[in-house]
Design a protein around this ligand. Structure first.
Ligand code: GDP
Ligand code: CA
Length: 316
């Protein structure tokens, strides 16, 4: 079975790790990954969502901190700060910088990001094929009353404390899906939306011209997993993002935001947490099949169970 997952960083990575544990050996998983958080910093191309997934699937992630490499040091960042370059509030780990140097080097050699990603990821047996949603530079900027800033500045520096008015996926209108992305969607037996941020992780992927059309055309069921449980985010700032686009932080509102595939949207099925069972009628009324399952990815076992539930919805 060919399974394609649209994914952001940390939430998506956990979901993919569980899914990898849930599949059978003949199944193939492709992750189409958000690049909206990417940026150039001190001459390096940083791709946080691709790297979060890669480190997590490689077992190299820092579980305790929730992001980056395990056993990381920050000596180079200290030097950059002393020279007054980069963003003082954006720490790059030394091991992580190795990844960014490699990526930047290969990009400067002229390789597209998708090939660069395949090369970098081949270091580890990830068990999941990673493709950036686009090879083009599409970066999410946040519009606030005072200024427009890169998503990383809004989130990492300001911790989403400045109200966002809107999100601008800069460059998206002129972008094209990376090689392999449209085929991964149209030829899939199951398409899954990871429980990633709907606005700054899945939103930039869906905004790339051609991707919605591929989702509309695929014969696979499109199954989404709610990142919202009991009216709250599990971690991160999706609530602040949803508020900015006028969507409530509830599992049913996010489902309606994505919309039913039968009605011009992207979803056939939507997984909500056991605690949100009262929301299913609103979801079903919108033409989306609702499934009530445990959505907390607490450990490998609960994550694998979620993967199995998503697959069951896709074949059912
Ligand atoms: P980011 O790019 O690192 O922000 O990660 P993603 O966009 O992939 O995922 C962020 C989303 O994951 C947040 O909105 C969280 O609510 C959601 N999330 C994190 N852990 C869990 C979990 O255990 N279960 C579910 N359902 N969602 C989760
Ligand atoms: Ca992200």
């Amino acid at each position: 079975m060919k399974i394609t997952v649209l994914s952001g960083g940390v939430g998506g990575a956990r979901f993919l790790r569980g899914l990898r544990d849930a599949i059978s050996p003949t199944d193939e998983v492709t992750a189409v990954v958000n690049v909206g958080d990417d940026m150039w910093l001190t001459g390096l191309r940083i791709a946080p969502d691709l790297d979060s997934i890669m480190y997590t699937l490689a077992g190299e992630n820092d579980e305790r901190r929730g992001w980056g490499r395990v056993g990381e040091t920050e000596r180079v960042s200290g030097e950059l700060r002393a020279y007054g370059v980069g963003w003082p509030w954006f720490t790059l780990g030394d091991l992580d910088i190795g990844t960014h140097l490699t990526r930047s080097h290969l990009l400067r050699e002229g390789l597209p990001l998708s090939e660069v990603t395949a090369r970098i990821a081949s270091r580890w047996p990830l068990g999941v094929r990673l493709i950036p949603a686009t090879d083009d530079e599409v970066e999410t900027h946040v519009v606030t009353a005072e200024a427009t800033m890169h998503f990383q500045e809004w989130w990492t520096r300001h911790r989403a404390s400045i109200p966002a008015l809107s999100f601008d996926y800069r460059g998206v209108a002129e972008s094209t899906p990376a090689r392999g992305v449209l085929d991964a969607i149209t030829e899939a037996d199951a398409v899954l939306l990871a429980p990633s941020n709907p606005v700054v992780s899945i939103g930039p992927i869906l905004a790339i011209p051609g991707i919605r059309t591929a989702l509309a055309a695929t014969s696979a069921r499109v199954v989404g997993v709610s990142p919202i449980i009991s009216g709250a985010v599990v971690r991160g700032m999706a609530d602040a993002c949803l508020t900015a686009i006028g969507v409530s932080t509830t599992a049913d509102a996010v489902a309606l935001h994505y919309g039913a595939r039968s009605n011009g949207g992207v979803l056939d099925d939507w997984l909500v947490d056991n605690s949100d069972s009262q929301l299913t009628s609103a979801i079903e009324a919108a033409g989306i099949r609702a499934h009530v399952v445990p959505l907390w990815m607490r450990d490998p076992e609960s994550s694998a169970t979620l993967g199995r539930h998503a697959l069951a919805a896709a074949v059912g």
